[in-house]
Design a protein around this ligand. Structure first.
Ligand code: SF4
Length: 485
């Protein structure tokens, strides 16, 4: 049985983390990137937005802090752009298979599946109803976290491999699903969870009222027809990423922003909330909205109430505190709501098995839906997926679709956990064995440098930092010990 360190095993894409880090430590950044790209065509994107499961399990944590794996991944991608001007992709493809696949959704799952299929020699057309590719990465992730030249720059690999991205095409309006199924040899549905739940409080139809996803999509895709300036007062309700991101965007546009969290400062979101504070956003906890008021069709205020939460037999109950209601004036209000896949607009409910959570039901071994030759993946199948898990799902579907189209009887997606399952035994490493280097920290823009602009907040490692950080990895020490045994 092959021994792989925990970081490798925990990465949804199964990137050979220990190998690429070893290359960085010896100064061969091109080779490091080549290793990353064997599993991940978008290192500049994931190097910025991945939750880095690999770092949560890094064995170095036993001694001090995990290796900064995500930032090392980003370092390699950015270094290449800085020194070569553009990504140096391997654009080789297998012999043409003369089969066509339609991918519905140009988000990270659809793109990852398309990349896998293009490399295997298939023709791929990607349909998306938005005006830009990237799905939620383009529509909901802020530029200060993921610059658009990185996002759209890496997505170009699809077109370089002769994939077609057809934007502003709504399935169910511009072309029917049944027509697509007839035209293509297989379909992959990866529509994500881009539909936002309605607001359930009175006054939702006043101008200036948005759900957080709606606000982010309108702003990021250039359709926000609401003027925001230094005299705008914005009220944002919710504690999830979308609400906090909306608040931080409104602040950058110059508004006075009040962010109302439903909980006490949430531990997980602490860093983002801390940054919101630094950016002069007024943050208040344990407050929810109950009604929206307006004049002349425009919002003027939101009625709020303070709450406390009780745990009743493992069920969290929200209890409004008596006499704590108040009204907060505002010119614009943003509310976080639940997101779900937009199955209805596809017209998919007529043909597909749909779960009670409004997601596609698939055979988890193959990613195939109940319709022959139609596959689905990403957040329209699993609402809890993040970008990196959705991407892995897309890659897995590409393997299945290839097997399906080549008549492979053992038609199953690749599951590698059973093939490689042993991690490093941390007890075999002693503190004296390891490089005594503290975790390197990237520079974060100062709050005053973030004012009124969308510059990327996190600055890349320098070469020196990257090499030092890579030397903190203990895998090589472990491997040489094993080899001596
Ligand atoms: S993609 Fe995410 S989990 Fe995988 S190695 Fe990179 S940072 Fe870690």
């Amino acid at each position: 049985m092959e021994i792989k360190p925990e970081c490798n095993l925990s990465c949804p894409l199964k990137i050979d983390v220990e190998e690429f880090i070893g290359e960085i430590a010896s100064g061969d950044y091109s080779n490091a990137l080549k290793i990353i790209r064997e599993k991940n065509p978008f290192p500049g994107i994931t190097g910025r937005i991945c939750p880095a499961y690999c770092e949560n399990v890094c064995v170095r944590t036993k001694f001090d802090e995990p290796v900064a794996i995500r930032q090392l991944e980003r370092f390699c991608a950015d270094y290449e752009i800085e020194h070569f001007g553009s990504p140096q992709w391997d654009l080789s493809r297998d012999c043409p298979k003369n089969k066509k696949i339609a991918v519905i959704g140009a988000g990270i799952s659809g793109l990852a599946c398309s990349y896998g299929l293009l490399r295997k020699g298939y023709d791929v057309d990607i349909y998306d109803k938005l005006s830009k590719p990237g799905g939620m990465l383009a529509a909901a992730v802020p530029q200060y976290k993921l610059p658009r030249e990185i996002l759209f720059g890496e997505i170009q690999i699809i077109e370089k491999l002769d994939g077609k991205i057809l934007l502003n095409r709504t399935i169910g309006e511009d072309i029917e699903l049944t027509e697509l199924r007839q035209k293509y040899d297989a379909l992959f549905i990866a529509i994500g969870a881009g539909k936002t739940d309605e607001l359930h409080i009175p006054g939702k139809n006043f101008d200036g009222v948005f759900t957080a996803l709606d606000f982010l999509m309108k702003f990021n895709l250039g359709n926000l027809n609401t003027h925001i300036s230094g005299s705008t007062k914005a009220l944002v309700f919710g504690g999830n990423h979308k609400a906090i991101t909306s608040a931080r965007i409104l602040r950058r546009l110059g508004a006075e922003v009040h962010l109302f969290l439903p909980d006490e400062m949430n531990e997980l979101k602490n860093l983002e909330i801390q940054m919101a504070h630094e950016e002069n956003i007024v943050v208040k906890s344990s407050i929810i909205p109950t009604a929206i008021f307006g004049e002349n069709r425009k919002i003027s205020a939101v009625r709020c109430v303070k709450i406390e939460k009780s745990n009743d037999n493992c069920k969290i109950k929200i209890i409004p505190i008596e006499n704590s209601e108040f009204e907060e004036d505002g010119d614009i209000a943003v509310f976080s709501t639940i997101q779900k896949p937009d199955i209805e607009s596809l017209g998919a409910q007529k043909y597909f098995d749909i779960s009670s959570k409004n997601t596609f039901v698939i055979d988890t071994r193959t990613s195939q839906t109940n319709i022959y030759g139609v596959f689905a993946g990403g957040m329209c199948v699993n609402e809890h997926f993040d970008s990196i898990s959705s991407m892995a799902d897309g890659e897995k579907a590409a393997i299945s679709i290839d097997k399906f189209l080549t008549g492979n009887e053992n038609f199953q997606g690749e599951q590698s956990e059973n093939e490689i399952s042993q991690g490093i035994d941390e007890n075999e490493i002693k503190k004296d064995d390891i490089a005594q280097i503290q975790r390197n920290r990237v520079k974060i823009l100062e709050p005053c440098e973030r004012e009124n602009n969308f510059h990327e907040i996190e600055i890349n490692f320098t070469e020196q930092q990257a090499e030092n950080e890579a030397k903190r990895c203990i895998y090589k020490i472990f491997r040489s010990k094993k080899q001596k045994e």
